[in-house]
Design a protein around this ligand. Sequence first.
Ligand code: SAM
Length: 215
Amino acid sequence: MIYRTDTYWEDRYNQEGIKTPVSKNVHPQDKYDEKIGNDCKIINDSLEPLFKATSVDLAIDCGCGCGRLTPVLFRYGKKIKGFDISPKAISLADGFVGYFSKPVEFICSPLTSIPLEDGISGLSLSWTVLQHISDPDEWKKAIDEIQRVVKVNGVILTYDNVEWNLNRMKNPEVKVPEHMSIKSANDYLFAFDRCDCLHQKMYNKHVLTVLRKVK
Ligand SMILES: C[S@@+](CC[C@H](N)C(=O)[O-])C[C@H]1O[C@@H](n2cnc3c(N)ncnc32)[C@H](O)[C@@H]1O
C-alpha cells in the first residue's frame, strides 16, 4: 500500500477524531489548547505587521482539517473558507460554524483543484499541510493552485516540517518512500515561483514561510 493523503487522513480523523492534526502527546485538553495558542501566536506575529488594521475580503485555510486554526483568520478576513481533502475533517469543522463570529465555509476538496476563481483571496494559510503531500508533482500542483487563487499582492503563509522524514506509518506493510520529505526551506522559495519571500523563520524543525504574490 502506498501512503495516500485521501485515505490516510480520512482514516485518522475517523479513528482519532477532532485532535488528529496534533500528535497524541498533545491530546490532553490543556496541552491541546496551549498548542493552538502557540500556533496562533506564530501566525499572528507574522501577519499582524503586514495587515495592521486592514483585512481582506476572503482569507483561506488550505488544509484546514477540522478547523483547529481557522479562527485565527477572523481578524484578517471578512469571509473565510477552509479546504481539506478529508470529508470527516470537514464534517467535524462544520460543527463549529454556528459558533463562529464570521462567515466561514468549509469545503471538501484536494488542494490540487481548489474550487475558487483566480485571484480571489487576499490571504492563504497552510499549516503543516504541504509537508504531507507525498507526490512531488502533486505537491507542486497544490502550490500552484494556492498561487492561482491568491491575488497579486496577496499573502501566503506556509508552515511545515523540513527536517524530519515523516514516518507516521507504523504498519510495516505500508511503504513510506513515497512520502514527501521536504529537504530544505529553500524548496518553498523555488516552488512558490509567482511570489517574493517576505520572511522565513525556523521554529525547531519547522519552517515558516511568508510570501507575497507578485505575478
Ligand atoms: C497535520 S493536518 C493539519 C490540519 C490543520 N492545518 C491544522 O493545523 O489543524 C494535515 C491536513 O492536511 C490535509 N491534506 C493532506 N493532503 C491534502 C491535499 N492534497 N489536499 C487537501 N488537504 C490535504 C489532511 O486531510 C489534514 O487535515
